[in-house]
Ligand binder design. Structure first.
Ligand SMILES: Nc1ncnc2c1ncn2[C@@H]1O[C@H](COP(=O)(O)OP(=O)(O)OP(=O)(O)O)[C@@H](O)[C@H]1O
Length: 631
């Protein structure tokens, strides 16, 4: 039958164009009607013949196709019915299908000539797509049959440890400029960086510095290079790269920015705020502004500290001065804590950052954590959108860094260069992105297998394996809660160090331990926490530096950046929860190439987690950790 339809349809299609006269058309219609009548007749005969055979009880399978779809046959089983439905669709097209096939003879040919082909093809395709895979599948199928235990068990937990997913690092993070790690062995004599002003070299020597530490030898020339055409424009009119520095505690990061900033600003004519250093704590800001004062002494440069140590009005007096023509700046370099900085941006008339050339973010990872205070957008706004503020000049209009185009480079302008420093600088690109860095460059001491040796874009631990000072020895002391104070007393009496820093996790713990040690007697002890005001804290630190306090019990307020010479021992009375906290706490000793000891008191339940935390930092290559003492 299908063949017959084809025979009819094809000539009809081919002749279609030629049929023109009404006589021809009538002839064709007649043929068509005759064909349909014949078709109906044949169908009827066939049905009658089938009815006869079935009534005779003939059980032989009938011919395929329309025979099965006869309406008089008894209701077949479900699968059989489905198969029939399918067949009916292919073999004997319905009225609608027929009219469609008339409209599209090509498709009708496909349908009618090979009704079962698509199914067969599908099967073949999936089987032959990838013979190897098919083979594998076959094998798998076989083995699954042979070993039913290999079937997927719903709800079963997979035992395989999944690999840690690491973000794809940008090239500047994956390929940092490598900085030598040994502060003692890789020194660079002062005269090897001749660009430094003789006056500054003299001061360095006067402060007992005859060589630069590796981080200083790497960062100072890079910074001087970025300002080699003066600080008003970058080299060739381009915006210089921002610089990130990750180097161990006590490796001299402060001088790595103090020296070049002073050197670059020495040439300035008018006093404006050109450098802004932002730090997380008052104590740290005090310390850094002290270093700036030492090296800027005898120059025209003026340093201002805005940390809230003094009243806002007092700080305003050292920042700006009212003149007949408006306000003028009294400071070239401002050292600030973020909260107080925003206060001055908002409330100090004449406080302008329009001429800011360097934004230095010390303890950068900590400062990223405090981004919720949104101090950085306020600073950036004050730098780039402070039109009308004192210091604004249309000649020095500034626009935020953007893609380099002919238009963007046609008007050279003063760049704002960001400098980031930390011993635990994050490598998380998402976090660093919050700082809006421009073509950044990273200087890092890193660990073996990290940093320079890594391929660009390769997977790395974004939180980094932090480097510890080479002279640091780590120990942990397993002890019970009750014996912790005794362990402190034991260490103090046996080791007899003149300055010992002891960290707790809260000011309450600090206070209780202080009372206990004081009650025991014999040890000059003090506590340091937010219980005290800034003035008292300053005094306590001074006494500790002078050696009047032997044991300083502190919260993490002194964990970062605080540089007290002669601290030989750090004790973690409470174990730190995070590796970053540990790195900074123990970094209060073994500074500037010296040796130092760190003891951590651990309860039984803390041991495993703590050791694992340090193992992840590959600590064995930096010192030794062992249960070196029994309490
Ligand atoms: N080139 C040098 N030669 C000798 N001593 C130096 C040199 N550079 C810095 N120092 C001293 O090293 C000590 C540590 O320096 P600094 O405070 O800058 O370290 P840091 O890297 O900032 O540490 P942290 O990460 O803990 O803040 C300081 O006492 C400083 O005076």
């Amino acid at each position: 039958m299908a063949l017959y339809i084809n025979d009819f349809l094809y000539p009809r299609y081919e002749e279609q164009e030629k049929v023109t006269s009404s006589e021809d058309r009538a002839q064709l219609l007649l043929q068509k009607l005759q064909f349909r009548a014949r078709e109906r007749q044949l169908k009827k005969q066939k049905q009658e013949a089938e009815a006869e055979t079935s009534s005779l009880g003939d059980k032989a399978p009938g011919p395929p196709g329309p025979a099965k779809s006869r309406p008089s046959s008894p209701a077949p089983a479900e699968p059989e019915r489905k198969a029939k439905k399918r067949k009916r669709g292919d073999g004997s097209p319905s009225r609608l299908e027929k009219s469609e096939s008339e409209a599209d003879p090509e498709s009708s040919q496909k349908e009618t000539s090979s009704p079962k082909k698509p199914k067969g093809k599908k099967k073949k395709k999936t089987q032959n797509k990838n013979p190897e895979a098919a083979g594998e599948q076959g094998k798998k199928g076989d083995s699954a049959e042979e070993h039913p235990q290999s079937a997927l068990i719903l709800g079963a937990t997979a035992k395989k440890a999944l690999p840690k997913v690491q973000p794809f690092l940008p090239k500047w993070l994956a390929e940092p400029s490598h900085v030598q790690k040994s502060v003692k062995d890789d020194l660079v004599p002062i005269q090897d960086i001749p660009q430094i002003h003789p006056c500054l070299q003299k001061k360095l020597k006067a402060n007992g510095i005859s060589s630069y530490f590796p981080v200083q030898a790497a960062v100072i020339p890079a910074l001087l290079e970025s300002a080699s055409h003066g600080f008003l424009v970058g080299r060739g009119g381009y915006q210089p790269s921002d610089i990130c520095v990750s180097a161990p505690t006590g490796s001299g990061k402060t001088l790595a920015f103090v020296i070049p900033v002073i050197q670059i600003l020495l040439e300035r004519v008018v006093c404006h705020i050109r450098a802004l250093v932002v730090l997380p704590t008052k104590e740290l800001a005090q310390q850094v502004s002290k270093v700036f004062n030492v090296y800027a002494d005898g120059t025209a440069l003026r340093i201002a500290q805005i940390t809230g140590q003094k009243s806002l009005a007092k700080e305003q007096e050292i920042l700006v001065q009212k003149t007949v023509s408006g306000y003028c700046s009294l400071a070239d370099i401002v050292v600030a804590t973020p909260g107080r900085l925003v206060d001055h941006i908002d409330q100090t008339p004449g406080f302008s950052l329009r001429q800011l050339r360097f934004l230095i973010i010390d303890e950068a990872d900590r400062m990223i954590d405090s981004m919720h205070q949104s101090w950085l957008p306020r600073v950036v706004k004050a730098v780039f959108h402070g039109d009308g503020a004192p210091g604004f000049s249309p000649l020095f209009q500034r626009v935020e860094p953007r893609a380099i185009t002919a238009a963007s480079t046609s008007q050279p302008q003063m760049p704002l260069q960001k400098l980031l420093f930390s011993a635990t600088l994050t490598r998380n690109p998402e976090k660093l992105q919050e700082l809006g860095l421009y073509q950044p460059r990273l200087f890092s001491t890193g660990l073996e297998g990290q940093g320079s040796s890594a391929q660009p874009g390769t997977e790395q631990d974004t939180e980094g394996k932090y480097a510890f000072p080479a002279g640091l020895s780590h120990y942990y002391v397993p002890c019970s809660l009750n014996s912790k104070p005794l362990a402190i007393l034991h260490l103090m009496h046996n080791m007899k160090f003149s300055r010992v820093l002891c960290f707790t996790n809260s000011r309450e713990h600090s206070h209780r331990l202080f009372l206990l040690v004081k009650a025991f007697g014999g040890i000059p002890v003090a506590e340091f926490s937010s219980r005290f005001g800034p003035g008292q804290r300053k005094m306590i630190l001074k006494q500790f530096e002078q050696g009047k306090i032997q044991l300083l019990i502190s919260t993490d307020a002194t964990a970062r950046g605080i540089d007290v010479k002669g601290v030989k021992l750090v004790i973690n009375y409470d174990a730190p929860q995070y590796i970053r906290t540990y790195v900074h706490r123990v970094g209060r000793t073994a500074r500037a190439g010296n040796t130092g000891l760190a003891f951590t008191l651990l309860l039984k339940v803390q041991e495993q987690k703590f050791i694992q935390m340090l193992r992840e930092q590959k600590l064995q290559s930096w010192g030794n950790i062992s249960s070196g003492m029994n309490s």
